[in-house]
Design a protein around this ligand. Structure first.
Ligand SMILES: *[C@@H]1O[C@H](CO)[C@@H](O)[C@H](O)[C@H]1NC(C)=O
Ligand SMILES: *[C@@H]1O[C@H](CO)[C@@H](O)[C@H](O)[C@H]1NC(C)=O
Ligand SMILES: *[C@@H]1O[C@H](CO)[C@@H](O)[C@H](O)[C@H]1NC(C)=O
Length: 337
């Protein structure tokens, strides 16, 4: 009898921890919960609000998911006809011929599409993706009118404590910006907050660091790769098993002291770019792994945190009042043709 009660209790606890918090709707799998906004916001503010709940504006990976969100949106947003999803050309991962390609802000590949005709971007057209409640088709705000709309956040099932910065449920990490001036200070700044400069092991990690940096205006940020005795080493001790060097070329040994991201590509820097005069880099990208803890209600997930967009490094660089000369960047970075 006791065993039976114990098992029943464990079963109930288990069930409870699986259900999405009240105020959210369980997705197609129980680890994904959707939050349908109660207010309207422009796309950037909507994404910022989703981040404060530990998620991002929803990406959509299949027709099944799109139909699911459409059906739920009809109930939640019954007094309106459109809602934002997490797609944009503003925060792109690929640019072909000056055409910024659609990307999901959470880093997921933009594979499934359901655009109404005529919604693909032209040259230098920046837009945000919204869906129509009646048709489920996608449209774009190409002139960046910042129209307030309802929106859908895709959240983890529970609360994450990032302190500051943003959580990415796809690789279970928090990202934030460091506040040092040089590579060693930025390294220290991340470690001071129990993290490290970011390590990257897949296209997904790379997308996430790129999108995080872009959304937060980090310029050519440092990542956690450096050299020790002529070998590439991540600061967090993980294996160097993925790379995305600019032009596919690894910087030459032995002068590379740090690595920066230029859009989604990596470039090595020597002592000047890393320690003496890192004028093109306004921060490093810090990361740490975190746990999701279960909560009962979506309000417990919300963290009133400011996204720490590190202006500190930028400000200190500006204080140095060093004239920026165009073209110096190429000079400082190694191995560029
Ligand atoms: C551009 O913005 C105006 C309002 O400023 C709006 O009326 C128009 O529909 C928008 N065009 C597109 C293509 O979104
Ligand atoms: C890191 O923490 C130490 C000790 O609190 C402090 O002296 C140092 O200035 C911090 N460094 C950075 C870059 O935040
Ligand atoms: C690369 O290394 C990381 C961390 O050590 C590990 O999590 C990941 O699975 C590895 N990836 C591949 C493709 O081997």
């Amino acid at each position: 009898m006791l065993t039976y009660l114990l098992l029943a209790a464990i079963f109930l606890l288990h069930q409870e921890s699986l259900a999405c918090p009240e105020g959210t709707i369980e997705g197609l799998t129980p680890d994904v919960c959707y939050f349908f906004s109660v207010k309207k916001a422009d796309w950037r503010d909507a994404e910022t609000e989703c981040i404060s709940y530990g998620g991002h504006l929803a990406s959509v990976g299949s027709a099944f998911e799109n139909n699911f969100l459409q059906a739920q949106a009809k109930k939640a947003f019954s007094n309106d006809v459109t809602y934002y999803l997490g797609g944009s050309t503003q925060y792109a991962l690929e640019i072909f011929n000056h055409i910024y390609q659609w990307a999901w802000i959470d880093g997921t590949p933009f594979s499934y599409q359901n655009f109404a005709p005529g919604q693909q971007p032209g040259k230098y057209q920046f837009g945000y993706l919204y869906a129509n409640i009646q048709s489920g088709q996608w449209y774009s705000d190409f002139n960046l009118t910042q129209t307030p709309r309802y929106y859908v956040c895709r959240l983890p099932n529970g609360k994450v404590d990032c302190d500051h910065g943003a959580y990415y449920y796809l690789n279970n990490k928090c990202y934030w910006a460091s506040s040092g001036l040089t590579y060693s200070e930025d390294t220290q700044s991340c470690q001071n907050n129990s993290g490290n400069l970011a390590s990257i092991h897949s296209d997904l990690d790379n997308n996430i660091v790129t999108l995080y940096s872009d959304f937060n205006d980090l310029e050519s940020p440092f990542i956690g790769l450096h050299q020790v005795d002529g070998k590439w080493v991540w600061l967090d001790g993980s294996t160097y098993n993925y790379s995305n060097w600019e032009d596919g070329v690894e910087p030459s040994f032995p002068d590379t002291m740090c690595v920066i991201m230029v859009e989604k590509y990596w470039a090595g820097g020597g002592e000047i770019a890393c320690e003496i005069f890192p004028e093109f880099t306004n921060a490093g990208v810090c990361e740490k792994a975190v746990q999701v803890t279960s909560v009962k209600h979506v309000s417990e997930m919300r963290q009133d945190k400011k996204l720490r967009i590190s202006r500190e490094g930028l400000r200190r660089r500006q204080e140095k009042k060093i004239a920026t000369k165009k073209g110096q960047k190429d000079f400082f970075l190694q191995n560029r043709k």
